[in-house]
Design a protein around this ligand. Structure first.
Ligand SMILES: Cc1cc2nc3c(=O)[nH]c(=O)nc-3n(C[C@H](O)[C@H](O)[C@H](O)COP(=O)(O)O)c2cc1C
Length: 204
């Protein structure tokens, strides 16, 4: 324990990045995990790479080139079904899909695993490890909602990237930092939110 943060050093967190809007959440999440010296195994869908370029004005490969400098970062190709994270025998600390597209949410809810990201998420569910989804779409139709309900019943945490209005965030960065901290807590990587993100502390 350091400053209220529990660090699990040995097993990686799998970060799955899909083609929903909100690539900045994935970038902040990987940065936050590596800052904590938590190993990261990242996999991005082809659509995620397109959205990354569109929203962040850099290629996903540019981000990977920065992260591979870190000894705890590992990147896998979306087609690499031989990667260790495709197997339940490979231990992980859980997985976050950030952002989660409705396409990948639907596939996962129905046990479809045509790529490494979905296979790793399916493995996370079957091994009953923590799985957090940060779904992004609006508005949501009934099938979107039913798929998320299915995943919630299977044990996944559904964490929409909603602004903490009560904290009066000044910008998108403030919202993104909050969502990432919530994701770390949901995985058990952090024990609690930082003090400045706790509403009851701000009431004092
Ligand atoms: C710029 C851009 C933004 C998109 N935003 C979303 C979104 O917010 N939510 C969503 O479900 N799909 C969104 N899509 C569509 C997905 O990328 C598309 O359904 C894709 O097939 C998802 O594939 P994946 O699940 O393998 O990443 C977006 C696509 C583009 C190009």
């Amino acid at each position: 324990m350091a400053g209220g943060i529990t660090v699990r050093r040995q097993h990686p967190v799998v970060v799955g990045i899909t083609g929903a809007s909100g690539a900045v959440i994935a970038r902040e999440l990987v940065d936050a995990l590596l800052e904590r010296e938590t190993p990261v195994a990242a996999v991005a869908s082809n659509a995620a790479r397109m959205v990354w370029q569109e929203e962040l004005d850099e290629s996903y490969n540019d981000a990977v080139a920065r992260w591979v400098e870190h000894p705890h970062f590992q990147q896998y190709a979306i087609s690499d079904l031989f990667a260790p994270i495709a197997s339940g025998t490979f231990p992980t600390a859980g997985m976050v899909i950030a952002p989660a597209s409705m396409n990948s949410v639907a596939s996962l809810a129905h046990g479809l695993t045509p790529n490494l990201l979905l296979r790793a998420a399916d493995v996370t569910l079957k091994e009953r490890r923590p799985l957090t989804l940060i779904p992004r779409e609006t508005p949501l139709h009934a099938t979107h909602l039913e798929n998320m309900l299915t995943l919630s019943r299977m044990g996944a945490t559904i964490l929409p990237p909603e602004p903490p209005f009560y904290l009066k965030p000044l910008d998108i960065d403030g919202v993104v930092r909050f969502v990432v901290q919530r994701a770390l807590v949901s995985l058990g990587i952090s024990d609690s939110l930082p003090d400045d993100m706790q509403y009851h502390d701000r009431q004092r």
